[in-house]
Write a protein that binds this ligand. Structure first.
Ligand code: 3H9
Length: 697
């Protein structure tokens, strides 16, 4: 086993060095090594203070997530943390990179903490369906107070080192070499006669905090904002225990709550998506050392909602970006939209006025193609028409420098055709952002037939820089996400014709956990758009694939969703809250008559199965065609672009959890009852025949 912990003696100070790449996760070897190291320094009479630091790019990033769900092996992290805090010699944690989860818990057990100015500290366990289980819920309130501890533990969001100093979590910032700073700090402790300062011995709140009120308020907030999630309420309960119980009992309560989370299905789903995100970055046949084209500047063609949102993604991460429009008025509207978005963030308190000005300074409006001659990447976000794209790409081909990446934000057109409009199809890639582009995390990176390895790798790398979840997909109608959502939306419409109301369909899927119901989403994006997409697909329908007709009726009546005040729902006087559309029932009766069926009550369970199993069946087909690389990529797409509940792990993880045999059996029944759309995907049949799951692929 490689040596993951080393102890160096520097006079009367022991320097414990951790080296467990890539992120110094606290797996068994590291826990055992650290416990042995602390015990050795405790036993060595010549040691008067201990410094703990990590090699590599970061301090400890937490427990080893791969160990969860496997039998626990001693020493446990809580055991290690207890030993560190109990030690009789003062210890100093030197933090660089990220001290997260169990990593921060180890640091909180050390008696003093210093950090580099760029370091971050946080307890992100909640994002994995867990809670800090090695004393974090008991020690953080003792340092930072109950309000801050609740905020950090329930959100899981890390804070920067300067803020950590303000909050009393870190004692001092350092700007020299880690070891030098740690040793100097330890020597100061010895010189000043300062001994161990145990976090666990402090009072578990700030003097003026009303703990009961803070806990009650957070409890109510979690119930409202995160219904369906298991671990956030347990995080609150663990902090509540800290405010009421002595440390040892609080730790016991924390442990019980941690075990409940560990055993939950949600923990498994959330950890699935953690690893899915890391896996998505790896592309078969694309070596990790593929050369990258540097993107130091970018441009967006088209200043509509999408174009502006995309431009902001670049400005947000410090990349200068030009926004090209056709005339001064359109450009001013686009820039005004950008200013308004940032201003709203300033008013909400999520962006400082200084940061707003800096970002706006990176955004430059331009009217002339020639302004694009020097940029490293251009993204086209113009109207979804192949003819319009042809003109734009021909212009880009003429003006952009050799080696520039030419990207299209198309959501439905054939990227290979678009690439063929240029003399350099190898430089063309799809970057499919989701609306609002500056908010949604998903980025489908569309690999065309001719896209070079270098351009694909650069696009994936750019996705990470833009803080997106980038998933590589192949070319087909709708790529992965929209191709699946077409099936889902179509079933929602069929269900209306068969007897459900929009409110019932939407509520059933919201109760399942979807962020919005499918019909409310359609009203939001506009039924004219749904209709146009549908008409585009009509010529490609296979025999037996009939279409629901209610959309045609709504479209013909000018009921286009929120933009016209009425669609599947009615929105009175500009209100966003949906009400029943009184004209709809007659339309649905007519649609049912056309299908030769009688409308009748449907169960919520049937609604959920019809919509979700349609997603799953299409996903299996997409995987089989190689349009998506792996099942977990499809899960990520739905989790980050379509409001699929995080705690269900994505459609295919959900399918695995139901059991594929059951899923296939229901799909076969639907095939019998509802015909061609339900042809079972051959991959699903193969998996069931072989007793395998999507996760085994
Ligand atoms: C916890 O601590 C529970 C305790 O309270 C109680 C226990 C009793 N374990 O993200 P990257 C791998 S729960 C195992 O691409 P970055 C990752 O899979 C834990 N592996 O790097 C990837 O592997 P590969 C609470 C881990 O620089 C590689 O490291 N902590 C872990 O973009 C690089 O990762 C967290 O939730 C881990 N803990 O970001 C923190 N972390 O190369 C989770 C990473 O084979 N980690 N890996 O694909 C992170 O947030 C980011 O990894 C970090 C670095 C910010 C640290």
């Amino acid at each position: 086993m490689p040596e993951v912990v080393r102890v160096e003696r520097h006079g009367d100070v022991a320097l414990i060095k951790v080296d467990n790449p890539p992120v110094n996760a606290l797996g068994l070897a590291l826990r055992a090594g650290l416990l042995a190291a602390f015990r050795a320094t405790e036993a060595d009479a010549a040691v008067r203070a201990v410094v703990l630091l990590c090699e590599g790019r970061t301090f400890m990033a937490g427990a080893d997530i791969k160990e969860f769900g496997k039998p626990a092996q001693a020493p446990s992290l809580p055991e290690l943390v207890e030993a560190i805090e109990a030690a009789s010699k003062p210890s100093v944690a030197v933090i660089h990179g990220s001290a997260l989860g169990g990593g921060l818990e180890v640091a909180l057990a050390c008696h003093y903490r210093i950090a580099t100015t760029t370091a971050q500290v946080g307890l992100p366990e909640v994002k994995l369906g867990l809670l800090p289980g090695a004393g974090g819920t008991q020690r953080l309130p003792r340092l930072a107070g109950v309000a801050k501890a609740l905020e950090m533990i329930v959100s899981g969001a890390p804070i920067g080192a300067a803020q950590a100093v303000e909050q009393g979590i870190v004692d001092e910032l350092l700007d020299s070499d880690l070891a030098d700073a740690g040793l100097a700090y330890a020597r100061r402790l010895i010189a000043e006669g300062r001994g161990p300062r145990r976090t666990g011995e402090r009072q578990a709140h700030l003097p003026d905090e009303d703990c009961a009120a803070l806990i009650a308020a957070k409890h109510a907030e979690v119930q409202k904002r995160q219904p369906g999630l298991f671990s956030p309420l347990r995080c609150v309960a663990a902090v509540e225990a800290a405010t009421r119980l002595p440390l040892a009992e609080g730790l016991k309560r924390e442990r019980e709550l941690f075990q409940e989370c560990l055993a939950s299905a949600q923990r498994a789903a959330l950890i699935h998506s953690f690893f899915a995100e890391r896996e998505a970055a790896k592309i078969a046949g694309l070596p990790a050392d593929t050369p990258l084209r540097e993107v130091r500047s970018a441009a967006v063609v088209g200043g509509g909602t999408m174009g502006v949102g995309i431009a902001l993604c670049f400005a947000n991460v410090g990349i200068p970006v030009k926004l090209l429009e056709i005339d001064g008025a359109a450009l001013e509207r686009a820039l005004q939209r950008a200013r308004a978005i940032y201003q709203a963030s300033v008013e909400r308190g999520s962006l400082s006025a200084e940061a707003r000005d800096k970002r706006l300074g990176l955004l430059q409006g331009v009217l002339d193609d020639a302004a694009l001659a020097d940029v490293d990447l251009v993204i086209e976000a113009v109207f979804e028409s192949l003819e319009v794209k042809r003109q734009v790409f021909a212009r880009l081909d003429a003006v952009c420098k050799p080696g520039a990446i030419l990207a299209s934000n198309t959501s439905s057109l054939d990227l290979d055709q678009i690439a063929a409009f240029t003399q350099r199809p190898q430089d063309v890639v799809g970057l499919h952002f989701f609306s609002p582009a500056n908010v949604m995390r998903l980025l489908e990176v569309v690999r065309g037939k001719a896209t070079s390895a270098e351009v694909l790798a650069s696009a994936m790398h750019l996705g990470k820089r833009l803080k997106k979840v980038a998933v590589a997909v192949g070319v087909c109608d709708g790529f992965v996400g929209n191709r699946m959502i077409f099936q889902y939306g179509r079933q929602a419409e069929f269900l209306l014709e068969e007897g459900a109301s929009p409110a019932q369909v939407d509520k059933a899927l919201r109760d399942f956990g979807m962020a919005m119901g499918p019909l409310a989403v359609r009203d939001l994006s506009g039924l004219d758009i749904s209709h146009a997409i549908r008409e585009g697909q009509r010529p490609r329908l296979k025999p037996g694939q009939t279409l629901p007709t209610v959309l045609d009726q709504l479209f013909a009546a000018g009921m286009l969703g929120q933009k016209s005040g009425v669609g599947f729902y009615r929105y009175q006087d500009g209100a966003r809250a949906p009400q029943d559309n009184p004209a709809l029932p007659a339309m649905l009766e007519q649609a049912a008559a056309l299908r030769g069926i009688r409308r009748q009550p449907l169960s919520d369970e049937h609604i959920v199965e019809r919509c979700l199993f349609a997603l799953i069946n299409e996903a299996a087909q997409i995987l089989d065609e190689g349009i998506a690389q792996r099942a977990s990529d499809i899960d990520l797409i739905f989790l980050n672009g379509y409001g699929f509940p995080s705690w269900r792990g994505g459609p295919l993880f959900y399918a695995d959890s139901l059991g594929l045999e059951h899923v296939l059996q229901r799909i076969r029944e639907f095939h019998q009852r509802f015909g061609a759309w339900w042809q079972p995907a051959p991959l699903l049949e193969r998996l069931v025949a072989e007793g395998r799951r999507f996760a085994d692929l």
